[in-house]
Design a protein around this ligand. Structure first.
Ligand SMILES: [Zn+2]
Length: 104
């Protein structure tokens, strides 16, 4: 997880969006599981408040910022950078579907 954070940090410091998603090796999930995936991400911080405090675009490995929030499916996602916010805002369903919920 540490290396992931570094890659993300470097990406976020640059001008490009951090952590470009790798090509999915399997079929992309449909949006049916979005709610449960969001619920699991929400629970990561031990505080189920419908706010995902970690950056979804960075595989939930970076802390998001309240000032970079995007609402989706009843949840508020905090993103870590403007690039991540744009990515999530335009591709929320696929970002959520392709993000593995890290173990606590
Ligand atoms: Zn990010």
């Amino acid at each position: 997880m540490k290396s992931t954070r570094w890659i993300c940090l470097l990406g976020c410091l640059g001008l490009s969006a951090c952590n470009q998603p790798e090509p999915a090796p399997t079929v992309t999930q449909t949006g049916a599981d979005t709610a449960s995936l969001l619920a699991a991400a929400d629970a990561l911080d031990g505080n189920v408040d419908k706010v995902v405090h970690r950056c979804y675009v960075c595989n939930l490995g970076m802390n998001g910022k309240e000032s970079l929030a995007v609402e989706h499916a009843g949840y508020t996602a905090h993103l870590c950078s403007e690039g991540c916010k744009q990515e999530f805002a335009s591709n929320a369903e696929s970002v959520i579907a392709n993000t593995k919920i890290p173990a606590k």
